[in-house]
Design a protein around this ligand. Structure first.
Ligand SMILES: Nc1nc2c(ncn2[C@@H]2O[C@H](COP(=O)(O)OP(=O)(O)OP(=O)(O)O)[C@@H](O)[C@H]2O)c(=O)[nH]1
Ligand SMILES: [Mg+2]
Length: 348
């Protein structure tokens, strides 16, 4: 199981200071105390959401601070409260206190909310210290500091996207290009012996979409009967939303017929018996920097006829990779939304 991790520092807002003031009014010789209380500092709150799927955002933005409370003012004016900061995390996120290692919370379902750093209380103004025998108090308090913590977030990842194809077609090269995963890459079949997962983030902070890609060992004809590494790794793509199927269009594959390549892989997916062949599939012509023009043309014709979306990339030069990344993100997002709608209809 692949685990996504992030460490964050959070600081809640300090409380505002209480104020010391006395009423000064015309014709009132000695006004009473009128210093207002400071406002409470903002909390840092964490909430689970089904729309978030990875922790990658927190790795890029590890610090969060809530606003401090405003100081109290004269005329018994209480300072305004600091604004809270809301952090959204995927369902399944487990929060640990980084200093003690203690588990703080386990977000097992959507829309759960906890305060992970409490804002400081505002200090009392001098008006609050007045008693019948102490009518002109000069005491007033400073606001309390907001809590500060370092947390470690952990999330068990399930892949959204599975990379499939023959060995040596460039699956690992692609995942290393679009994520932080660094699998072994080499010019021979079955370089990848175990699945690698990579987290891919697309877009800016406001409209960020992230998804998890699984790079699995290459498939060959007869894989379902135990040839090659067998289909043992296909279970890792069983729960993915989308398959990205790479086809080597260079001469290095040693296989002359690209359409046969595609059909063999689709057949192997089908033989696995979990309806993998029915998953939405994006086709990728791989190694276009050294493409055999005839192979590429043939693959294009085939995909057009089968109504399969085809992207041409070179994971080595980077050509077409950004476009592919966005196309995958869009497809994943669309499917997530459809699932959310289906889930809410089921509830209703
Ligand atoms: N020219 C060229 N070579 C590529 C490209 N992508 C991958 N390669 C090369 O192809 C070889 C195989 O790449 P890998 O990424 O290991 O292929 P794989 O599909 O993960 O292979 P397995 O793990 O064995 O299934 C390596 O030598 C890569 O450098 C590409 O776009 N252009
Ligand atoms: Mg590989």
């Amino acid at each position: 199981m692949f685990i996504d991790e992030a460490k964050i520092r959070v600081k809640a807002g300090d409380g505002g200071n209480g104020c010391m003031a006395f009423r000064r009014e015309k014709f009132v010789p000695r006004g009473g105390p009128s210093g207002g209380d400071g406002g409470k500092g903002g909390d840092v709150i964490m909430e689970s959401s089904e729309r978030h799927n990875t922790l990658v955002h927190f790795r890029f933005n590890p610090e969060y601070k809530a606003q401090r409370g405003r100081h109290g003012e004269g005329s018994n004016k209480t300072g305004r409260e600091g604004e809270d900061v809301l952090l959204k995390v995927p369902v399944g996120t487990i929060v640990y206190d980084d200093e003690t290692g203690e588990k703080v919370f386990d977000f097992s379902g959507p829309d759960q909310r906890i305060v992970i750093a409490r804002g400081g209380r505002g200090g009392r103004g001098n008006a609050r210290f007045a008693t019948s025998v102490h009518q002109a108090p000069r005491e007033h308090e400073a606001g309390r500091p907001g809590e500060e913590h370092t947390y470690r977030l952990e999330l068990k990842l399930l892949a959204d996207v599975g990379l499939v194809g023959y060995p040596n077609v460039g699956k690992s090269t692609l995942i290393s290009r679009i994520s932080a995963a660094r699998p072994k890459i080499a010019d021979y079949p079955f370089t990848t012996l175990e699945p690698n997962l990579g987290v891919v983030a697309v877009g800016d902070a406001k409209e960020e979409i992230s998804f998890v890609v699984a790079d699995i060992p290459g498939l060959i004809e007869g894989a379902h009967t135990g040839a090659g590494l067998g289909t043992q790794f296909l279970r890792h793509v069983e729960r993915t939303r989308l398959l990205v199927h790479l086809v080597d269009v260079s001469d290095s594959s040693g296989r002359p017929d690209v359409t046969k390549d595609v059909e063999v892989i689709i057949e192997e997916l089908g033989s696995f018996g979990a309806h993998l062949e029915e998953k939405p599939m994006i086709m990728v012509a791989s190694k276009i920097d050294v493409a055999n023009k005839d192979k590429l043309a043939k693959l294009k014709r085939y995909c057009k006829k089968q109504k399969l979306e085809l992207h041409e990339i070179s994971a080595v030069t980077g050509k077409g990779v950004e476009e592919l990344k966005y196309a995958i993100a869009e497809a994943v997002q669309e499917m997530r939304e459809r699932e959310l709608v289906a889930a809410s209809e089921e509830k209703a």
